[in-house]
Each structure stands twice: as C-alpha cells, then as structure tokens.
Design a protein around this ligand. Structure first.
Ligand SMILES: [Zn+2]
Length: 512
C-alpha cells in the first residue's frame, strides 16, 4: 500500500489540552453549542461580555494554557432549516488561515460534538486539512513551502474517537489532495503524459492495477469518439491523450462493482469551435472528473474494502485546435456502433467519455452487482442551475429504482460535499436523436448549454445513447445501473482552488 501521493499533514492524536507541544489552540463552535471544554468555554464567554460581535467574528484570544493563544472561529447561529454542515468546514478553514497569519506552526485543533450534525467534528477536521493543502506546483517550485505547519494536534474528549477521526480524515484528505494535484495544475504540468506519470507513481506497488492506452491505432479501433478529440493534440508528443484504467480487486467475495469514468480534458480550447471572448480562461479545470477518479481510487487503495471491486477509467486528453482538429458535421461510428454526428467540438467531454462508458457497459454485463458512473465538469448549464459548490446526480432507470440519487444526496450532505438531484427525461433523448439519414445520435444541440433548456440533462441522454446503455434500462434483459455526475459547479473555478469534489461524497456514499 505504499504510495507517492501528495505529502500528508502530520496529525497527532492529543489527549491533553495542557500539552506544551502546541503554540495555539483552534476551536470552531456555534453560539448554541454547549462546549465540553469548560476552560475554553469560559475564555469565550468572558470575551463575549466585552464584545458580543465575537458570536460571529473570528478572534485570537490569550489563554492560560501552554499554547497561550486560542483562535476561535464561530460558525454564527445555526438555527434555520437551511444551515448545513459546510459551515464547520469553512469556519475551520478560516481559523487555520488566521492561525497561520498569527505565526502558529503547531496548532491544536479542539473538536466538539454538535447536536445537529453527526459529522461536525470530521467535517471541521477536513476543513482544517483543506486549508493546509499546498498545490503541487507550489511544492515543486519551492520545496520549503511543502508544509504550512509542523503538525496538527487533534483533541476530542475521547481518545478512541480522536484516533478514528484522524484515521478517516487522513484517508479522505489524501484522496481529495490527489484530485486537487491533478485538477488544480496548469495544462502543461498535468498534460496527459504527465498525468499518466503521476498516477503511475501513485499506484506502483499497490493493489491498484494500472493499464494505459496511448496509441492512436487503438484509439481509432476501440475509442473512436475519444480519438476524434485527441486528433488535434496528437501532433504534439507532450499533449497526446491517454486512457488510464485503474482496477482494484478485493480479497473476499465481490458483492458490488463500481465503474467510474472521469472526464480529463487537460485543456479545453473548444477545439475548432474555439472559445472566444475570454471564455477559455480556467479551462485547465476541465480534467477534474478524471482527477476525482484518481482520488477515489486512492481512498479505495487505503481502505482496501473487502467486498467491493472498483474499476476507474480516466479519459485524459487535450481539446486542442489545429489543422488536425475534428470538426462539426463529421459522422463517427462510436464503439457501441451508434453513428454520432458532431455538432460542436466544444462538446468534447461526452465524446471523451462515451466509448469508455461503452467498454464499462460491456464489462458490467458480466460483473457482480455493477453500478457505472460518469464524472465530469460537463456543462455550464449545471453551474447555472445549481450554483457554485454543488454537484448534480442524474440516475438512469435501474439506478433510480434503488433510490441511488437520494442515498448519494443524503451521504453528500453529511460530509459537506453536497449533491443536487436532477432527472433525465424523455425530451432529453428526443433532443439528441439523430436527424439526418443514417445518424443515430446528435452530439450536441447547436447552442451552448447555458443558452438552452435542459442543458445539463441532455448530455446524460447522449451518453446513454452513444454508449448503448439505452439497451439496458429497467425493462431490458440486463438492466444496468448508471449515474451521470456533472461537477461543473462543484470542482472549483479559477482563481478559486480546485475542491476535489465529489471525492468525499462518493467515499461517504459508497465506501464508508
Ligand atoms: Zn468543451
């Protein structure tokens, strides 16, 4: 289980508030919370007498413990129906940033239970770790910046609980950091061959098997829709596409098989339908779906689930523009046999994923209790629909029958990495049916997703038809569960850092 992932923040399970090993205590709490730590409670209550605004304002207070300082990050009142656990994440992240400003290098994070949120302590710890992450390009440019603190102590009132919180948080954060390393980096640092190199080093010597497709003739034969997107970039060695397969097989009997396809467009120029008017900036984040698959596989690697088999497929490619570009009007026969007419080269994500999805469909037919996912920063429409910070899940018939979307949403809320539910409807299929003689599927509508109705649901219907999953609905001989996840709104838009979403939500829903 060795791995060469991003450096971890050193976490210490601490049993004593009085330990001399710290130079600052960090606490996140809401005004309605009754703290178990009477010492911290009295410092905060005293301060509130002088300044009632400290119910909502972040503050550094002197404290008569060896750590000498208390950084208190209040969540503000949590008393309406619409509050959710993410307030603990952002308050912890703010507290860490404030502590760093104060020069604290050895913080002790005190975690308190909250009556309303089961995972408030874990989410607080994850928020602190998120603030301590250093992007890979910063680490490589200046190795002295690799760690923001020497270590982070973690204290609860029960050392067994502290231990299990620390273990869980470490695993989840490592997966999230991998997704951030890949997703956050610029288009050259994480060009397709470099992503292959990063993932290879990550999983070498582990129980995750890796298999990479990198030759053009195999793309043409097996993944023709992917090949079309890769065509323009293929003239540059360092931009050539990769399909990276990762596989974990458990030691015990398999009870469930997860297949995850991730969109890894390392840079999206739009292709021949080039992005104009400043709309290209930030398109290095178009690889966050594939990044999430790598992060999720690392969590699988660290957890070694006994009965779950997991197969990942990262479609890593650059949507370049050049004389070799694919263009609108091309008709391409997909792996499934469906004849696909290209309408807009900027709708490349669905092209990148459809043939990998088709391959997983073929494999899923013989797999035990399979569930297939596509994960992608797919549409601007998704971002316009739900707004920054939310992923969208769309179930096909068989997945919906087992309430997958609701279960995923519930799990995602608990861990503070929320999903909204959207439905694939009849119109989505009719909108993407082929119109010219001989066409089976239309790749895109003629306007960008944000200018049309049902702009994020339609592409899910395209993926179902182009991969042949439409022959595996609830009424078929072999129904296959499939869920399309659009993370365009949750992956983090430049200049905000990449978030690693929905790695935490998926781990919470399907692994923990
Ligand atoms: Zn695009």
């Amino acid at each position: 289980m060795t791995n060469n992932g991003p450096p971890e923040t050193k976490l210490i399970v601490e049993n004593l508030l009085e330990s001399p090993d710290y130079d600052g205590i960090i606490l996140v709490s809401s005004p309605d919370q009754k703290l178990k730590c009477s010492q911290l409670q009295s410092v905060i209550s005293d301060a509130l007498k002088y300044d009632p605004s400290l119910k909502t304002e972040l503050v550094v207070l002197p404290i008569s413990l060896p750590a000498a300082r208390l950084v208190h990050s209040p969540t503000g009142p949590i008393d309406v129906d619409y509050d959710d656990v993410r307030i603990f994440k952002s308050s912890a992240s703010d507290a860490i940033k404030r502590a760093l400003k104060a020069g604290i290098k050895k913080p002790l994070l005190v975690l308190e239970e909250h009556p309303r949120f089961e995972h408030a302590e874990l989410v607080t710890l994850l928020g602190a770790l998120e603030a301590l992450y250093v992007p890979i390009q910063v680490r490589e440019h200046d190795p002295s910046k690799t760690q923001k603190v020497e270590y982070l102590g973690v204290f609860t009132h029960n050392s067994d609980k502290t231990k299990s919180l620390v273990t869980t948080a470490k695993i989840l954060e490592t997966g999230r950091r991998i997704a951030c390393d890949i997703g956050d980096s610029d288009p050259e640092r994480m060009a397709p061959p470099k992503i292959e190199q990063y993932v290879r080093s990550l999983f070498s010597g582990t129980n995750i098997k890796m298999n990479v497709v990198d030759n053009r003739s195999e793309f043409e034969k097996e993944y023709p829709l992917f090949e079309a997107v890769d065509r323009a970039a293929s003239v540059q060695e360092r931009h050539r596409g990769r399909i990276i397969f990762l596989e974990y097989n458990p030691t015990d009997t398999v009870q469930k098989t997860l297949f995850l396809v991730g969109k890894g467009v390392t840079y999206d120029t739009g292709g021949a339908d080039v992005k104009i008017s400043g709309n290209m900036i930030g398109m290095s984040r178009d690889k966050c779906g594939a990044a999430a698959v790598a992060g999720f596989m690392q969590i699988v690697n660290l957890l070694q689930p006994k009965n779950i088999r997991v197969v990942g497929g990262m479609g890593v490619v650059r949507n370049s523009i050049g004389s070799n570009s694919y263009v609108a009007d091309e008709v391409i026969t997909a792996r499934s046999g469906a004849r696909v007419r290209v309408v807009n080269t900027d709708a490349e994500g669905r092209m990148v994923m459809a043939d990998i999805l088709c391959k997983f469909k073929e494999d899923a037919i013989n797999a035990i209790n399979p569930h297939i996912f596509t994960i992608a920063t797919l549409t601007g429409h998704a971002a316009r629909t739900v707004g920054e910070g939310y992923s969208i899940v769309m179930d096909n018939g068989p997945a919906r029958q087992m309430n997958n979307d609701q279960k995923l949403q519930e799990a995602s809320e608990k861990i503070g990495d929320p999903f909204e539910i959207s439905r694939i409807r009849k119109e989505d299929f009719s909108n993407y049916k082929g119109v010219m003689e001989g066409d089976d599927v239309t790749q895109s509508l003629s306007k960008p997703s944000v200018q049309i109705s049902r702009g994020h649901q339609g592409p899910a219907a395209f993926l179902i038809m182009a991969s042949g999953l439409d022959k595996h609905g609830s009424g078929s001989d072999k129904p296959l569960k499939y869920s399309h996840l659009d993370i365009a709104a949750s992956s983090g838009s430049l200049p905000a850092p990449a978030t690693g979403s929905p790695v935490l939500a998926l781990a919470q829903a399907y692994l923990i």
